[in-house]
Design a protein around this ligand. Sequence first.
Ligand SMILES: *Cc1c(COP(=O)(O)O)cnc(C)c1O
Length: 417
Amino acid sequence: MTTVHTHDALIAGAQQADDTSPLRGTRELFSLPEGVIYLDGNSLGALPRAVPPVVDAVMHRQWGERLIRSWNEADWWGAQTRVGDRVGRLVGAAPGQVVVTDSTSVNLFKAVIGAARLRPGRTVVLTDPDSFPTDLYMTESAASLAGLEVRRVHPRDAVTAVAEVGDALALVSYSSIDYRTGELWDLRAITAAAHDVGALACWDLCHSAGVVEVDLDAGGADLAVGCGYKYLNGGPGAPAFLYVASRHQDDFDQPLTGWQGHAHPFAMRPDYEPAPGITRARVGTPPLLSLLALEAALTAYDGLSPADVRAASLSVTGAFIDALDALGVDLPLATPREPERRGSQVSLRHPQAFAVVQALIVRGFIGDFREPDIIRLGFAPLYVTHVDAVRAAMHVKEVLDGHEFERPEFAERGAVT
Ligand SMILES: *Cc1c(COP(=O)(O)O)cnc(C)c1O
């Protein structure tokens, strides 16, 4: 039995953790509906308050009044690399290596083919059988065009597999965090193993950018991709990013040779010549409203170090796990309990996970469901507090104890789950 005392003690402890957090006050930078606990920032980040006035100015002033002149006056032309450098700061990349462009799916395609061309004569790419599906689909398609064979090897076995494949290996392509379980993989170890056999490493940072210390440069990563609309809060459909380490840029021969990646785009020449540096990873005209919304959104990270963000993230996910334990919720965790092995989410398993998530949403607690049995809860530490985490655990307890998830309306699925 849990008592009122347990609840009060949990809330008091959470309040104290919020008051002393390095991220205290950052929640005020976001516009969230009253009464909502939002644990889905790993699908669609919340709205930063800085975004609407910027988008308004971009629409009415830059577009409405200044029209085409804004390409120069407002530096729309340089926005992809300018915002790329801002993302770079969050993922351990020095300036000049990240461009904001296209979607994660498209960037992965560019990265895999680019990697194959950097390692001619090699025939194998390793990827995770449990990857987010688009990563598998795009890797298979890119690999078949580049003449590579895809071998699906779980990241826990990657280091051994790399050594076995040896000098046939062109690329290892992994997500740094499993999108379902939230398990964090060892970027440095897998990258180092790939380099030992002369191969490259590409990392998908969709679930790590903005919540863990990624250290692309220090970890030796060759290529990386990631989303703009998850923990980076760029808004629905925000463009994604692509990292190419400086040492590879002169030889990075990506397949989508659009005019904005050209060395002299306004010379309008009939033949393609890639731009120097990361600019060659651009393709066509970017969605500027979304790109500039992402730029404004990233100001929420101003003054925060990735180490502080990571510490707050672990503290909040830890508070949630501890509260579940204190309340006697005995659902199996799909996420590792060891802090160094988890990202910024906690996933629970339940045979009726979809219905449980629906019952939680009705209570104003928004998480999501992932096949087959995962209740997936993403904790964006900039706007999810320790008090939110403890309240979330109490909702889980009540939904399970009261069998709320058994109500027939919670079994109905919409187009997007
Ligand atoms: C969210 C996510 C994507 C999404 O790709 P889009 O091209 O933006 O639809 C891709 N890969 C992973 C690992 C993701 O988590």
